[in-house]
Design a protein around this ligand. Sequence first.
Ligand code: FUC
Length: 824
Amino acid sequence: MKRLQFKLAGGGLWLILSLWLANPAAADDLRLKYARPAGTWTEALPVGNGRLGAMVFGGVTNEHLQLNEATLWSGGPRDWNNPGAKEILPEVRAAIFAGDYVKAGELCKKMQGPYNESYQPLGDLRLTFPGGTNLAAADYERSLALDRAVATVRYRVGGATFTREVFSSFPDQVMVMRLTCDQPGRIAFSATADSLLHSSVVAEGTNTLVLRGKAPSHVDPSYLHSTKPIIYAEGTNAEGMTFDLHVRALAEGGTVCCEGGVLSATNANAVTLLLSAATSFNGPDKSPGREGRDPVAAAVRPLVAAQPKPYAKLLARHLADYQSLFQRVAFDLGTAPGTADLTTDERLARFAKGGADPGLTTLLYQYGRYLLIASSRPGGLPANLQGIWNDSMRPPWSANWTLNINAEMNYWPSEVANLAECHEPMLNFIQMLSVHGRQTAAINYGAPGWVAHHNADIWGQTAPVGDYGGGDPVWANWAMGGAWLSLDDWEHYTFGGDKKFLRERGWPVMKGAAEFCLAWLIDDGKGHLVTAPSGSPELGFTTPAGQRASISMASTMDMSIILELFTDCIDATRVLGTDQDFAAKLVAARAELYPLQIGSRGQIQEWFQDFQEQDVHHRHTSHLFGLYPGHEITAATPEYFAAAKRVLEIRGDDGTGWSLGWKINFWARLLDGDHAYRLVQNLLRPVGGNTRTSYGFGGGVYPNLFDAHPPFQIDGNFAFTAGISELLLQSQLVVKPDQAEPEYILNVLPALPQVWPEGKIKGLRARGGFTVDLEWQMGQMVATTIHSTGGRICQVRAGARVTEVKLKPGHSIILDAGLQVFGP
Ligand code: FUC
């Protein structure tokens, strides 16, 4: 118990209250740990600072760090727009209105452009230690401390204990590996670096190894069967990103030398390795081969700055930075007896057999936050399909930003799980896409505003991919990428309440997306506005005539995204007091949008007609966009609410990793925590080493808790964290026509699963600039602490109880089980 002082709003009274203050979970609950070195990539442990990433294998005779730099991509800027598309568009629409959906799909292919480029691996650092393979190591442990963002390897050889610590520092922009032993003079290794990309290794001075290379000018997506998928442009001034990796050894005692491509240390007491890397990426509009920035200078700068800092200082700076983000949320569901001494893989196996382990849920929850901090930091790129971790030149789906669910999903936890700063890279990326997407809208469709389609890459691709006819329109021609992404700007505003952000950055992006949608919508001749062509990612249907097709009009996801966007835009104009004429257009159009339909099975229809889906268990559940992340389907619309539930019953509780993660969020919004928990169990299923691409079932987690689609895809990790948050706290805002200040509703413990009767979470964020701490016992809320940054009014709901709370900026209040102000 700790005594806390709270300033209560309203009366301006100071009350002294005794209450539980969430203690951060014990440090050991926040560790992934293993008794063996990683044998495979999905056993290795990820570290990252948003830009520099490593997978740490932790061997005894060899250490292997597989390395990434977030900006290292194939290709360069290019013209992906297709001026011929606008000639085809009327033909596509005519086919759709004639009911010839097969023909419409075929015609759509003519509106495509080139495929996007691929994220590339940087290289590998390999350390060989003396002693050979017969080295007998005891007490081996490999771990990742989520509260410190440090990967540690520790083992004993004879009487000597060796320790290796690895972290990636955001403040110093270097990766650091520290090798120590509790006996003097025992640190020795030889290190080499290599890359799958064209590269060479040189020594710089006596203590630095430099790997210098160049990326291909083009890499085909992994799913394309081509004879020459990887192309390098040869010659001076040729296209292709260049890169540098510098590895510098700083020894305490002993000697270090660098010769013949080998960096070695002998008889040292300790060695600190500093790793720095940079590419010639110079923004999405500059050729990285011809107008790139100098990667050498960019790699050397942080190295030189970090070198004089002692290891303890580098570590302290890293911890101060990382923990300022990570420690905002503490989460405790209790610990099951017998789990403390188990390794993470043992816990996964035990949980899969039905052994209770609430700590595994909190571990995976915090891992999602860890991974977002490690892969998405201000000034950098947003987390791609694999965050920043990738060891392949043809990673699954190019490790790009897939906009029909995956890229957005990556940012679902960012606001609610108190990492709004980590949302920044995505918000910047969206702004960049909005510029490129304006050209695509104009050139491809003759439309105002901006559009993005299914895939984006570092070059800001916004047009339909498919190499002018090779892509299936069910994904390639989906045109709602920009509209969906724009909702992130609104979400960022609703959580933080930053009107300046909304006015200067969010609103222009949202407005541009809405302008495109207004132009893209057409009259169906029956009193409704529809999108056409329109598909439902990435599922086809059978037409009434028995044909297989995928393109028609007004699929539910299109209409729900547009409804959400228009509503958010209308609200934004009220909040900002701007663009009243535009708002009036949106109000008028919104009233005519083709509405949700309930089909013959009592389900929300996926398409404008009650077509039969080609796969009833398909991983995408796009027609429930209005349930989550949208706000169209709530308990206040009981028929839709029931019909949404019916969709999930038909789709079932299996799926790929991200599909399972989405379903946790759906069931949370359906206020059914127990059903959501079934998905939690499925998502925690160990998939072992299975990395074979599956488009159907079998999602789960790898030994390192990376989400398995399979293969590895990080969105499921992020959806998990978002979904668990959503089970514990939901919030809405209501913007009334005549009020600039929205009203906020906080729903505490809306969908608590029965398996978590007791628990506490500190630091969740709610819309309106609130931060909320919750404690519950016997399945009932016992204390809710609400902190307000912006000083707003909110309505707090716990089951049937409702109360209104008025808080001044910076003030807090504690409510008891009856939602009464907790007082002495
Ligand atoms: C979409 C999904 C796949 C995968 C890929 C990255 O194409 O349908 O399942 O997640 O994106």
